[in-house]
Design a protein around this ligand. Structure first.
Ligand SMILES: [Fe+2]
Ligand SMILES: [Fe+2]
Length: 170
């Protein structure tokens, strides 16, 4: 899933990801988190390997918070804890930690390659799973700023199995 996509005509991989309307999901708080994620990735891709670790640790911390935020909203609006969106998050976090370990063991090429792979992965994740989650939250009137459902909402937390209307392929 996180294979680096090379562009043979340019003899180089993607080294930046532009923030723009095509990355937005319709939820302002989710989009603000995503914009920071994209900024951090771009900064990371611009650094030489020997200077990447401090920022990489910030990227890990930010991504843990980013994914936890979305998973909190899922649980509050009826998703089962082990839904496919959350499982994809878990697999990314596992890769982030594995790259940290291997970099500590001496391979300083991995962070740059992973940053490029994440820049390739993120637009599709945002357009499918995250945008799907944003639509689901809006349809229920869930407020992501206050993290509350309307008083009269019939939804009960963590009762929906699987992914609901959100595609598992994103
Ligand atoms: Fe996200
Ligand atoms: Fe997500």
């Amino acid at each position: 899933m996180l294979a680096v996509e090379w562009h043979p005509m340019e003899q180089t991989a993607l080294h930046s990801l532009a923030w723009g309307p095509e990355l937005t999901t319709g939820d302002a708080r989710m989009d603000a988190t995503h914009e920071t994620f994209v900024e951090l990735l771009n900064q990371l891709m611009a650094l030489p390997p020997e200077a990447q670790m401090p920022l990489y640790l910030r990227v890990i911390d930010h991504t843990v918070e980013h994914f936890a935020q979305e998973e909190r909203w899922m649980l509050a609006t009826g998703f089962a804890p082990e839904n496919c969106h959350a499982l994809q998050h878990a697999s990314i976090l596992e890769t982030l930690q594995a790259v940290r370990t291997h970099t500590d063991q001496g391979d300083n090429t991995l962070i740059g390659r992973l940053a490029v792979a994440l820049a390739e992965w993120f637009p599709q994740h945002a357009a499918t799973m995250d945008a799907g989650l944003a639509l689901h939250l809006q349809s229920l009137g869930y407020d992501t700023r206050t993290e509350t459902l309307p008083e009269d909402s019939p939804v009960r937390p963590a009762t929906m199995s699987g992914c609901g209307s959100v595609s598992c392929s994103g």
